[in-house]
Design a protein around this ligand. Structure first.
Ligand SMILES: Nc1ncnc2c1ncn2[C@@H]1O[C@H](COP(=O)(O)OP(=O)(O)OP(=O)(O)O)[C@@H](O)[C@H]1O
Ligand SMILES: Nc1ncnc2c1ncn2[C@@H]1O[C@H](COP(=O)(O)OP(=O)(O)OP(=O)(O)O)[C@@H](O)[C@H]1O
Ligand SMILES: [Mg+2]
Ligand SMILES: [Mg+2]
Lengths: 222, 222
């Protein structure tokens, strides 16, 4: 279960007008959901995902994941919790430039203590599934935009987290690649019960989502 | 006139299999075109745009822009030529992190020697047109993904180049923002005769293109 209880997030920079990125957002997600958060550019989708994943703390309200209030956890426990339970696909990918595609995908499993053979097999398997089986030894700057995006997807899925927070995972993909990715995610949702929460503008993703949540100016539109 | 004559681009990294990103590509674009290059992720779209804009040199063949063979120009002349004539919207935006949105948009005009008042007016005007009129003093890390993308678009258009090479300019935009951007580009195409060459997966862009060129595995599919 993931819940946000009346969450408000305000960005207050020096010399610029404060931005209310989320305004009293209350949502709950059940185990095994396959849901899309949609809304205009700037409406708060990335901020919502960041708050759900404990990457950002709200100014008001709280976020509860599996009974744990993320705002009350010690830093070290929050890091451990994210490592064990949450897979994140970033809008800008955030790949490690000095690692190859395979090393990027293995990295989280390494931190989780997964054994070496198992890590390598899973990484190569997932990279094959996203169509990059022949590019595993390339670094990010040797890959196209959409290829980098697929490495970011493989990395989040390889650690088999309980919750996947996917920020625009298909933005740079052609339809064939996007549909293949969605097939893979649906399979993992069914086979492992992984909960998928997408932030997206992509009609192809929205079409597959079992539930669609609309954000506008930081608020949920019912 | 922009032409590629039997252009081949090969990436030859250490320890990895060479990749033929473009294979004998011959294309020509007339002044005032509004054309889209489409194709699967990894098919060579970004590479083609980089070669058209003189950001990357082919291993075989040549690129001729307005009668100038880009491969035979001295570095300093090529830099000047790009500054004067080519506007580039990068797939990963490449905004300057320490500059505000307005400063990012003004930067190219500054290099071109446009006067201070004129630069500021054009920058603010263009940022308004892409829906960021109230965010001109924010830096990129204070903006959403789609907002950063729109700053990158405004920057390329503000200098009113003769050719705009736009690499997936709508990937992170909702439909309202994407359509508004396409309206703006169509207006500049008609009003100033600017040539637009898009690399895209986006059906909304393809729908508006007057010509569509398909790439697959680095080759043009006729
Ligand atoms: N520096 C490099 N070293 C090795 N291969 C590269 C390099 N840069 C690009 N490539 C490869 O060249 C091919 C074409 O890349 P390009 O970026 O042009 O594709 P694209 O059509 O823009 O893809 P996308 O839609 O994913 O952005 C890809 O297979 C890519 O991995
Ligand atoms: N560090 C920050 N400082 C100020 N404002 C910020 C900051 N980070 C985000 N914002 C603002 O918060 C609002 C919501 O941002 P968010 O990234 O969640 O939008 P989004 O829905 O993901 O947009 P997109 O579809 O363009 O990715 C935007 O107006 C954005 O500019
Ligand atoms: Mg976002
Ligand atoms: Mg590309």
């Amino acid at each position: 279960l993931i819940e946000t209880e009346s969450v408000t997030k305000i960005y207050d920079g020096r010399g610029v007008v404060p931005v209310r990125a989320l305004n009293k957002v209350s949502l709950c997600f059940e185990p095994g959901e396959f849901s899309a958060i949609v809304g205009p550019s700037g409406s708060g989708k990335t901020t919502l995902l960041n708050v759900l994943g404990g990457l950002d703390m709200p100014e008001e309200g709280r976020v509860v994941v599996d009974g744990q209030d993320l705002g009350r956890m010690k830093d070290a426990d929050l890091v451990e919790f994210r490592l064990r339970h949450i897979g994140f696909i970033f809008q800008a990918y955030n790949l490690i430039p000095v690692f190859t595609a395979r090393e990027n995908v293995e990295f989280i499993m390494l931190l989780q203590g997964v054994d070496k053979e198992e890590r390598r097999e899973r990484a190569v398997q997932l990279l094959k599934e996203v169509g990059l089986g022949d590019r595993v030894d390339n670094r990010p700057n040797q890959l196209s935009g959409g290829q980098q995006q697929r490495v970011a997807v493989a990395r989040a899925l390889a650690s088999r987290p309980r919750f996947v927070l996917a920020d625009e995972p298909t933005a740079n993909l052609d339809s064939v690649s996007a549909e293949a990715l969605l097939d893979l995610m649906e399979q993992m949702n069914e086979k492992y019960g992984m909960t998928f929460i997408f932030s997206t503008h992509d009609a192809r993703v929205i079409k597959r989502a079992r539930r669609v949540i609309t954000l506008q100016d930081g608020q949920v539109k019912q």
